[in-house]
Ligand binder design. Structure first.
Ligand SMILES: [Fe+2]
Ligand SMILES: [Fe+2]
Length: 194
């Protein structure tokens, strides 16, 4: 029987989620929860849903490609050719399904986990909060992070546009395949760059 988590249960949820992570990822997930709470307060998202989504967003990230594909099969996740070869893309989808199975999360939390890697056009407030918290949480360090954090303090749609652009530039510079969901998300948000 799945457990329904209330705010009171967050310490137990954290404990169970951290046990599913590689040690080095725990600080990232703690940072993501902290940042998600800040963004939720700033922009008016539900802080409880933000906390649950942040705590659970990477619970399958430690699994290799074979195990990601086993979970896709189990949950009926249809993968395209780019996803089939990418743990980075698959863990969002397998993570959302696993979180729903284990913790009976609500649909908006499921969606925020599902879209946290690629983004998509016209995201909900909670989806944007989790996408951005994952990107700028305090342990992250990369060129341009200061600018992205400043943007996220002021305007979430502008921050999405900037974050997606930085992400696409990075994917292209590393010669990785660009997933159409990321490209479509940028097409949607790019007007906020001006
Ligand atoms: Fe992730
Ligand atoms: Fe993450």
């Amino acid at each position: 029987m799945p457990v329904i988590y209330t705010v009171k249960d967050l310490p137990r949820l954290r404990e169970e989620a951290y046990a599913m992570l590689k040690k080095k990822r725990v600080d990232h997930v703690k940072g993501c929860e902290k940042e998600a709470m800040k963004l939720a307060m700033r922009f008016g998202a539900d802080p409880d849903k933000a906390a649950v989504a942040a705590i659970l967003h990477d619970i399958t990230k430690s699994l290799d490609l074979t195990n990601q594909l086993i979970l896709c099969d189990r949950y009926g996740i249809i993968c395209d050719d780019i996803e089939k070869n990418s743990v980075s893309l698959l863990h969002s989808k397998t993570g959302a399904c696993r979180a729903r199975e284990l913790f009976d999360i609500e649909q908006p939390v499921f969606d925020a986990i599902w879209w946290h890697t690629t983004g998509k056009p016209d995201m909900s407030l909670l989806e944007k909060v989790i996408y951005m918290a994952d990107y700028i949480e305090p342990t992250r360090d990369f060129d341009g992070i200061g600018k992205l954090r400043d943007a996220a303090r002021k305007d979430l749609d502008f921050a999405m546009a900037l974050g997606l652009k930085m992400s696409i530039d990075e994917i292209i510079s590393r010669n990785l395949p660009l997933h159409h969901n990321t490209a479509d998300a940028f097409e949607f948000y790019k007007e906020y760059l001006n």
